[in-house]
Write a protein of this length. Structure first.
Length: 239
């Protein structure tokens, strides 16, 4: 199965371990992330129009140093799933998606008519962080998350997305269970727990397979056995 994420550092976080999680389960998922840090849907749209090689191609969780245009990436292979997302600082504002995501979705389907289109729901910033107050303009993280969830439901319906990958909701549930180390800088996912949880959710959403018995454990930061168990249980229960 071939997965393409049209995103930014948040899709980089989410796909770091995805290929190897699938491999540990005997599944062959080839995962490509089109990376531009902080890339918004408006910028993706302008890149689509210019056809410039603006995206660093990340393959199976690793940077390649190779740059491609959006059209080149779409034509590179037969994709099974392609994900779209808004930049986190605008993910809670419906107007910021429009009209860009409609044109991008049409462009994707023109070059990959067989594909299943997914919407990647990003997550709220860490409670109490300056970025939450100053950039997102929220006094509480749960209010940011509630708006992200609401907007993503509306946008997914608008573009006919097959699924929403509910990363923001997953982070919210993990925090309720006392798993705190999900951030590394108050907004990106931590290199261990955060990225692992996201990749497990992507795997579960895309393959529909339960993750409780998945044996992947090669993390960039340590994760305790208890944390691994809680993350797996939370992902499996997020349907």
């Amino acid at each position: 199965m071939n997965i393409l994420a049209i995103g930014n550092s948040f899709s980089e976080d989410a796909t770091r371990y995805l290929h190897n999680i699938a491999k540990a389960d005997g599944e062959n998922l080839q995962v490509t992330n089109l990376y531009i840090g902080g890339c918004s849907l408006e910028r993706h749209y302008r890149n689509m129009l210019s056809d410039e090689k603006k995206y660093e191609l990340q393959y199976n969780g690793h940077r390649t140093g190779f740059y491609v245009s959006l059209r080149e990436a779409l034509l590179n292979r037969k994709w099974d799933v392609i994900t779209l997302q808004q930049v986190s600082s605008s993910s809670f504002v419906k107007e910021s998606y429009l009209p860009y995501i409609i044109s991008i979705a049409d462009f994707v389907r023109r070059y990959a008519p067989q594909v299943k289109l997914y919407l990647h729901q990003t997550w709220a910033y860490e409670e109490g962080s300056q970025k939450l107050f100053e950039r997102a303009k929220y006094d509480r993280a749960d209010r940011m998350l509630n708006d992200i969830v609401k907007v993503n439901l509306e946008i997914a319906d608008l573009i006919g997305a097959e699924e929403i990958i509910r990363s923001g909701e997953l982070f919210g549930e993990l925090l309720k269970k006392g798993i705190k180390e999900i951030y590394r800088d108050t907004y990106h996912a931590s290199l261990g727990i955060g990225r692992y949880a996201l990749a497990l959710l992507w795997y579960r959403t895309i393959t529909k397979k339960p993750v409780l018995e998945n044996r992947f454990c090669d993390f960039d930061e340590p994760i305790s056995e208890e944390e691994i168990r809680l993350i797996k249980e939370t992902v499996d229960c997020l349907d």
